[in-house]
Design a protein around this ligand. Structure first.
Ligand code: MCN
Ligand code: MOS
Length: 767
């Protein structure tokens, strides 16, 4: 069922771009009527269950499969011995693979929780039982446990991430005020409520094999490419279907080992295979945000004006894959600083390759920087807001390019006014509410504008409806809704007349829904296709001999589903009547925005199936970013040291908002995730087995309703014509950036305790 088939009337007037529409798929989701990947009815499917390694490093000597193979209902037992390797796929950048083969099941163990075998059976229970009957003999080797393990050493420098201007060392040495501190964040996990998993189904067409994958996906075209390369199929023979996603937060953009395993099993059995990861398996099905450590040194004048920033960052990565969590990304653009030095190292440890979690880089980067700025404010006796204004960057300090738009000053002002910041007393422990210590903290955040070309098809139908089609997916962001708004506005029909098809790789192409780029680029593509379709329609109306509007004017307007002369004089004709009169079923336009990115037709496939054409925020004449300022009140129980967030006011600049209600909801979601990150979330790694001990939602804590206070979100953005076709900047990841330091700073204000490691838990506050 398409979200737009729902009987509810969502909107009356004014439902174009910028309108506060309720999300069109909302009612379906609340009623449980949306079918997620694993809910899809597929006839004759069988079930696969994975077995995971219980040691972090070494080799599998043997897996005893006899008992599992003989268990009731078992169809297939897959081990590294019995599973032939696939062809290796190119990287997400489109680089050719380094090895010719890809082993989704391997003898070599690189992390605890690595998938090492699978059992496939008629029922889930039978497969679960069979997987439990597999007996594994290992040859264990010593493991590098975590970022703190001395065996990891200082890590490998990532030179492309280094940034340097002026002379930071000399300026630091000469600075009257110096702040030096180290900040740390633990492993964090995306923990979308919908588990990872898929249904893999092989078929045949006239040319040979086809593969259909029903799997939640932030990037249908990229994942379809990977499956195609693994199995040596033409890209068109793989179909990825992902109409709804129960959250991804960065974890669902790539085809993963469990996907390969399910597809191999389905091919061997000639039956569709369903594989759902259990919650513990999700912790190593795709990596979370790696643990990070950063050493920051700020040099400043007595007044707190920055003279230098030196930053050194380390993040853990896997042994055979480099994942960078760029800790200097916010550091380099937030403040006007004449001398700067930033370096990044990755430390390989025995872990699943870490991955993308909401604002990779900017999030821990802003945590360190915005805490250090607060420390500087206290060192020089300045208000934390005043010191940020004193160091306000009027242009990008690194590239010296002008900002496209930067309404951070306005965000500070609006946030401070709504929060009542001027009523704050500066000294730590100076505000109370009975037995509670009250703390007011603030911090700024940012996220870059990323850009890739998009593609969309818009079809105006004989019944007056408008169809929009794109392989882009909606993981809860509201994409269905805003793309309908774009098409409605550009064609000239009410949103209620728009039908959207998304989340199918057979549809016109879309790049990854990541880096908060999707809304901006797809709004541009849908707008372009919809305008082209409207032009077609107008051309038909003016020139077709049977059109009632033939020759009435040079051009026509389309509004409310009716065509008329520009000033409304003369006849008006509904779209449906026009198509009927002219004998047409539809008028359609397929458009991409490649040319805007200076890409030709040859780049079409690469643009959508790799991230190699994604443009940097400083590619062009401007430096383009979204900005935000968080103001947060905490209450800390003096005796028990429990921390509650009591109030959040956040002001943000994401340019034009396509749908302010949805954009605010995105920012709130980021803030809620940030509260979890600051007070609750921590993947605890067992020092002996390098296993994440709390790999379930009972022990890995994420916020619940009771943890979340009133959150007020204020938009201060203005349309940014450089950032995107319609003037919006990214929203999805911005809200989480700066929440952790705002809370940490509030906890300092409440208690006088400066904790430099997340999460801020009561044992650390007592300790
Ligand atoms: N929006 C808007 N005006 C703008 C920009 C965006 O109204 N100028 C609104 C729209 O409703 C749009 C949404 O914000 O659908 C997000 O747009 P955008 O910032 O372009 O982000 P993407 O569409 O690329 O979505 C991905 C982004 C990322 S990278 C992560 S991580 C994340 C996020 O979105 N994961 C999410 N938000 C999430 N929200 C939900 N519910 N679930 C996730 O997994
Ligand atoms: Mo978002 S972490 O870029 O999917």
């Amino acid at each position: 069922m398409s979200p737009l088939d729902t009987p509810e009337k969502h909107v009356d007037a004014g439902d174009g771009v910028g309108a506060r529409l309720t999300r069109l798929d909302g009612a379906l989701k609340v009623r449980g009527e949306t079918r997620y990947a694993l809910d899809q009815p597929v006839a004759g499917l069988v079930h696969a269950v994975l077995l995971h390694a219980t040691i972090p490093a070494g080799r599998i000597r043997r897996i005893e499969t006899a008992a599992a193979g003989a268990a009731p209902g078992v169809l297939l037992v897959m081990t590294p011995d019995s599973t032939a390797p696939l062809a290796a796929a190119s990287s997400w950048l489109g680089e050719p693979p380094q090895q010719p083969e890809y082993r989704a099941l391997d003898h070599r163990i690189r992390y605890n929780g690595q998938q090492i075998a699978a059992a496939v059976a008629e029922t889930l229970e039978q497969a679960t039982e069979a997987a439990a009957l597999l007996a594994v003999e290992y040859e264990a080797e010593p493991a590098i446990i975590s970022l703190d393990d001395p065996a990891g050493g200082g890590g490998l420098p990532l030179d492309p991430l280094a940034a340097e201007w002026g002379d930071a060392e000399a300026a630091l040495a000469a600075a009257p005020v110096r702040i030096e501190a180290e900040y740390r964040t633990p492993r964090e996990y995306q923990m979308a409520i919908e588990p990872h998993g898929l249904i893999a189904e092989w078929g045949r067409d006239a040319d040979g094999e086809t593969l259909t994958i029903r799997e939640p996906s932030q990037w249908l075209d990229g994942m379809a490419r990977t499956y195609a390369e693994w199995f040596g199929l033409p890209f068109e023979k793989v179909r990825l279907i992902s109409p709804y996603i129960g959250g991804g937060f960065g974890s669902k953009a790539l085809a993963l080992p469990h996907g390969a395993i399910a597809a191999i099993a389905a091919r061997r059995l000639g039956r569709p295979v369903k594989l759902a990861l259990t919650r513990p398996q999700i912790f190593t099905g795709y990596g979370g945000r790696p643990a990070t450590r950063q050493a920051l040194a700020l040099g400043a004048t007595q007044e707190g004006k920055l003279l230098a920033i030196r930053q050194r960052g380390w993040n853990e990565t896997a042994l055979d894959a480099v994942w960078a969590e760029p800790l200097g990304s916010a550091t380099a653009i937030m403040y006007a600083v004449p001398n700067f030095s930033s370096r990044q190292n990755v430390v390989p440890v025995h872990t699943v390759p870490p991955g993308a979690k909401r604002a990779p880089g900017e999030n821990p980067s802003a945590y360190g920087l915005e805490c250090a700025i607060d420390e500087l404010a206290y060192a020089v006796g300045a208000d934390p807001l005043a010191i940020r204004l004193l160091n306000y960057a009027e242009q990008d300090p690194q590239t010296q390019k002008p900002w496209s738009t930067r309404r951070l000053r306005e965000a500070f002002a609006a946030g401070a006014a709504a929060f009542g910041w001027q009523r704050r007393s500066h000294a730590p422990r100076s505000m109370r509410d009975g037995p509670l210590l009250i703390g007011w903290g603030m911090a700024a955040g940012t996220y870059p504008v990323r850009r890739t070309a998009g593609e969309a098809m818009v079809r105006i139908l004989a019944d007056g409806g408008v169809e929009v089609a794109t392989s882009a997916s909606d993981m809860g962001t509201g994409a269905y809704t805003i793309l309908a708004q774009a098409a409605a506005a550009a064609v000239g029909v009410p949103v209620a007349d728009v039908r959207i098809s998304m989340g199918d790789s057979r549809l016109p192409r879309a790049p990854v829904s990541g880096g908060s780029q999707m809304a901006g680029l797809m709004m541009g593509a849908v707008d372009k296709a919809a305008r082209a379709a409207r032009e077609e329609l107008i051309g038909l109306a003016l020139s077709h001999p049977a059109s009632p509007l033939n020759g009435v004017a040079n051009t026509l307007q389309v509004a409310g589903g009716r065509l008329s002369a520009p000033r409304g004089e003369g006849p008006t004709v509904t779209i449906a009547a026009l198509l009927r009169a002219t004998g047409r079923d539809s008028v359609e336009a397929l458009r991409d925005t490649l040319a805007e990115n200076k890409l030709g037709p040859a780049d079409h496939y690469r643009n959508f199936t790799t991230i190699s054409t994604m443009r940097a925020p400083t590619d062009g004449d401007f430096s383009m970013h979204s900005w935000c300022a968080h103001f947060i009140e905490v209450a800390v129980d003096e005796d028990f040291r429990t921390v509650r967030v009591r109030r959040v006011v956040s002001a943000f600049d994401s340019g034009l908002l396509y749908n302010p209600k949805l954009a605010e909801s995105q920012i709130k979601g980021g803030i809620i995730m940030g509260i979890g990150q600051t007070l609750l979330e921590e993947g605890v790694v067992d020092a002996r087995h390098a296993r994440v001990l709390n790999n379930n939602l009972g022990d890995y804590l994420v916020p619940t309703n009771a943890d979340i206070p009133d959150i007020r979100v204020i938009s201060v953005g203005v349309p940014d014509p450089h950032a995107s076709a319609l003037g919006g900047k990214g929203v999805g990841e911005l809200g989480i950036v700066g929440v952790a330091p705002a809370i940490a700073n509030a906890v300092f204000h409440a208690t006088g305790q400066r904790l430099r490691e997340l999460p801020i838990t009561l044992d650390r506050l007592i300790g």
